[in-house]
Design a protein around this ligand. Structure first.
Ligand code: F6R
Length: 609
């Protein structure tokens, strides 16, 4: 997804901006650009492709300047090209703009600008419309022009703007797309995301919707939509820059897979007291409320949604309350049955996914209590929720989510155990037993990771299959969906997950010699049923690779290969069985020479509909 970096101060703006944009590369992008104010003139350079292309383009240029804005673009309006890349400029070239998000009424604004101001357009983007609009409204005061332009725009955006004739400031504005300001000494920054600034500053302001930032070298000022100054607390970032580096691994994804034991320990230890009880510090949900929820919704997208599938089973089991689960893009356009006795759980790594955010707002309007499970501290989902249950996964850079998923699961275990115990629907002995299992999970994952080489070897004969199916029953089916998504998003293999019992209702028609089926068979109580489903597949000459608990050797006769996970209770298996599937996807993608950390067409944070 698009990224923004802006700088004003004592250093060379170009260097800061390029460095910052590189830190946002993981979000996925297709072109990059920069605008600087050089002696009262704007110099704009942009290039399709990676930041390296932009660097090559400006290598021999004099780009010395104290003020600039830069952008990585992920195409929405108009194909990836030099022309469509940001920054975009006003008619007179006096104003340059970068923008994340979508301007919904850009067509009507464009028509108006053509008709009333004879504006001509060189790109297909909605961002150029913003630049032209600010340009025609400009009367010597950039802040004023930005305010007037924003009044005329509909949509979701974070915008950064500079003017040739005002070399003492950069202006930015936010509505439904992330924006932060970095506070330096004699220099200040704007960015769409924290990692862009980690190398330079640890103190930031989180900008809220409809706020405008005026940034000079000495000061960051925030104003509300009525142009009143706003006081904002400084937010201290605790991640260090190294957490956003590869640290010796070939890819961020592999590093993040290996970080899971530690991330899970962090997520667990922050919530578990010495008495074995879960502390909900910072969460104000009361016993009365827990007892009175008549329904729970879990809403999320992609991997976070798959975590929610596990959460549904856990909550229904421990809390004995009906749980509905939905993908956010569907939930928000239905008329969901939500009221003030509903607990709405949003799950999001980034906390900026627009669909999830809008679903949350729908639920809030209908009176639900909103609790979110979020990784990025201070993100919009976190800020708009009544309560936040943070995952302590640290920054997740690879587009394919791994440690965010397992820590989301951990939060769902803890939340459901806490609610069950509080409500009296879960006995303390059972609660204690599950907590003990959770404490043992990280070491069990370490054992799986130690055996990675076996999974890598297995991929040697399987990496060039055209179709791979994932099947499972109960909690295994939830993990099958996530395993399949991991594989398809980074290896581009056509992959499909289905509850094993559903196979015979249609999908089994696709089983044929050469088809590979990954069969998750970790649920003791469903094992016999699963065995029958595997038999159905074998009868069609498809090959099976199984995931099973250690000790279950009987499964070997039905499988080409078995990947074992350490023994654990049935309800804990998702935390373990996903790890070999993440490794499988990773090694298959590696053998296929895919761009693992930045798969094509995908973005880390999806801030558009
Ligand atoms: C897949 C993946 C995506 C995200 C989805 C939601 O590996 O990462 O499916 O899970 O886009 O993103 P968040 O969790 O940031 O709301």
């Amino acid at each position: 997804m698009c990224g923004i970096v802006g700088y004003i101060g004592k250093n060379n703006a170009k260097d800061v901006i390029i460095e910052g944009l590189k830190k946002l590369e993981y979000r996925g992008y297709d072109s990059a650009g920069i605008a600087i104010n050089q002696g009262g003139k704007l110099k704009i350079k942009k290039h399709v492709g990676g930041i390296q292309n932009l660097e090559n383009l400006i290598k021999k240029e004099d780009m010395e300047s104290h003020l600039g804005i830069g952008h990585t673009r992920w195409a929405t309006h108009g194909a990836p090209s030099d022309l469509n890349a940001h920054p975009h400029v006003s008619m007179d070239g006096n104003i340059a703009v970068v923008h994340n998000g979508i301007i919904e009424n850009y067509v009507e604004l464009k028509e108006m600008l053509k008709k009333e101001y004879s504006c001509e357009f060189y790109s297909d983007t909605d961002t150029e419309v913003i630049a032209k609009l600010i340009g025609v409204l400009y009367e010597g005061d950039l802040v004023d022009a930005v305010y007037k332009a924003v009044d005329m725009m509909r949509g979701a955006y974070a915008i950064g703007a500079i003017s040739a004739s005002e070399d003492d400031k950069l202006v930015a504005v936010r509505k439904d797309a992330p924006l932060i300001a970095g506070i330096g000494d004699g220099e200040n920054y704007i960015a769409s995301d924290i990692p862009a600034l980690l190398k330079f500053v640890k103190e930031i302001y989180l900008i809220e919707n409809n706020e405008t930032l005026v940034v000079t070298a000495d000061k960051v000022s925030i104003f509300d939509e009525n142009r009143n100054p706003v006081e904002r607390e400084v937010f201290h970032v605790t991640w260090d820059a190294d957490a956003a580096e590869k640290g010796g691994y070939d890819h961020f994804m592999l590093k993040e897979i290996h970080e899971q034991p530690k991330a899970l320990e962090d997520t667990l230890s922050r919530r578990l007291g010495e008495d074995g009880l879960i502390n909900l510090d910072g969460i104000s949900m009361t016993k009365d409320e827990i007892e009175n929820f008549s329904k729970i919704y879990i809403v999320a997208c992609g991997t976070a949604y798959h975590a929610g599938l596990v959460g549904k089973t856990l909550i229904e089991k421990y809390v004995k309350v009906p749980v509905e689960i939905d993908v956010a893009s569907e939930f928000r356009y239905r008329d969901p049955f939500v009221d003030d006795k509903t607990l709405f759980i949003a799950i999001s790594q980034s906390g900026e996914t627009l669909d999830t955010l809008e679903a949350l707002r729908v639920a809030k309007r209908k009176g639900a209590r909103v609790l979110s499970i979020v990784n990025v501290v201070g993100s919009t989902v976190a800020r708009e929720s009544d309560d936040v249950f943070y995952t302590w996964a640290g920054p997740e850079i690879a587009v394919a989510s791994t440690k965010a998923y397992t820590t989301q699961l951990m939060c769902l275990y803890l939340l459901s155990l806490h609610m069950g115990l509080t409500k009296g629907t879960l006995e303390r002995a059972k609660y204690d037993a599950v907590i003990e299992e959770l404490k043992a999970v990280s070491d069990k994952i370490r054992l799986i990771l130690k055996d990675s080489a076996k999974i890598e070897k297995l991929t040697k004969k399987l990496y060039n299959r055209d179709n791979i199916f994932f099947i499972g029953r109960g909690l295994d089916s939830a993990v099958a969906y996530e395993g399949s998504l991991k594989l398809k998003e980074i290896s581009y293999i056509n992959s499909f997950a289905i509850a094993a019992g559903e196979l015979k209702h249609g999908t089994i028609a696709l089983m044929a010699p050469g088809t590979l089926v990954i069969s998750l068979a970790t649920q003791d109580k469903l094992f016999e049923k699963m065995r029958s489903n595997m038999q159905e597949v074998i009868a069609r000459d498809a090959d099976i690779v199984s995931i099973a608990k250690e000790g279950n050797e009987s499964i070997e006769e039905q499988s080409e290969a078995v990947i074992y996970i350490p023994e654990c209770a049935d309800e804990i298996t998702p935390l373990l069985s996903i790890v070999p599937l993440q490794l499988f996807a990773y090694y298959v993608a590696k053998r296929r020479n895919c761009s693992i950390d930045k798969p094509k067409n995908l973005a880390k944070s999806v801030t558009v509909e």
